[in-house]
Design a protein around this ligand. Structure first.
Ligand SMILES: [Zn+2]
Length: 208
């Protein structure tokens, strides 16, 4: 059985139809997904509104390197947030720029200071900031997609496609990622878009 850690809190500081989750053990915090390009001011305002100081964010994690998930990663780094990168994501970082236009004011993510780890190393890193859980490689929406799974069953899945919505994606890969999450104890899905959803046998239960 998973045990719920009483001290873990989850707040959404999202905007523009995208959820950005602050997972905290007290004031030791992890930011999951990192804004749209050129929106550092908006991100900062939303963090302040939720009483989150940037200096309390120990790491920033992008579930994958698409522009609405890692758009202000570099600005956050410059503000003192360490960028946590899984080894399966490294190659995707420079590719993200292709999807930005000059008017987006996207600031290139440099390798400087990035903390690159494997999924196997994630549990001990998270333990070090008081957050019990692990990071899993959950491809399907993109090859570099990862999910944060807390010991209490909360799963931060980014854009991992709900089984009912599979289109262009490789169905087997998507199903395998949901299967992995379920096997590791995921019960509640915190997606990057839309409301929090419970898991069922296939994946998250969608409404409507
Ligand atoms: Zn995406």
């Amino acid at each position: 059985m998973m045990t719920r850690s009483a001290s873990i809190t989850i707040v959404n500081v999202g905007y523009r139809s995208t959820n950005y989750w602050v997972v905290s053990a007290g004031r030791s915090r992890l930011l999951v997904d990192l804004g749209w390009p050129g929106t550092m001011g908006l991100m900062q305002a939303n963090l302040e509104r939720m009483d989150v100081s940037i200096s309390e964010i120990r790491y920033g994690l992008a579930t994958h390197y698409h522009i609405d998930h890692a758009g202000v990663a570099q600005e956050l780094k410059l503000a003192g947030v360490r960028l946590l990168v899984l080894d399966v994501q490294v190659a995707a970082i420079p590719r993200m720029k292709r999807w930005t236009k000059p008017q987006d004011h996207y600031l290139d993510i440099t390798p400087d200071g990035n903390v690159v780890i494997s999924c196997e190393e994630s549990r001990s890193l998270l333990e070090g900031i008081g957050i019990p859980g692990e990071i899993l490689h959950t491809p399907g929406h993109s090859d570099d997609s990862v999910s944060l799974l807390l010991n209490d069953g909360s799963a931060f899945t980014g854009d991992l496609t709900a089984p009912q919505w599979i289109g262009m994606e490789n169905q087997e890969v998507v199903h395998a990622s949901w299967q992995l999450l379920r096997e590791r104890g995921a019960t509640q899905v915190y997606p990057a878009h839309g409301p929090v959803r419970p898991m069922d046998a296939e994946g998250p239960v969608l409404e409507g």
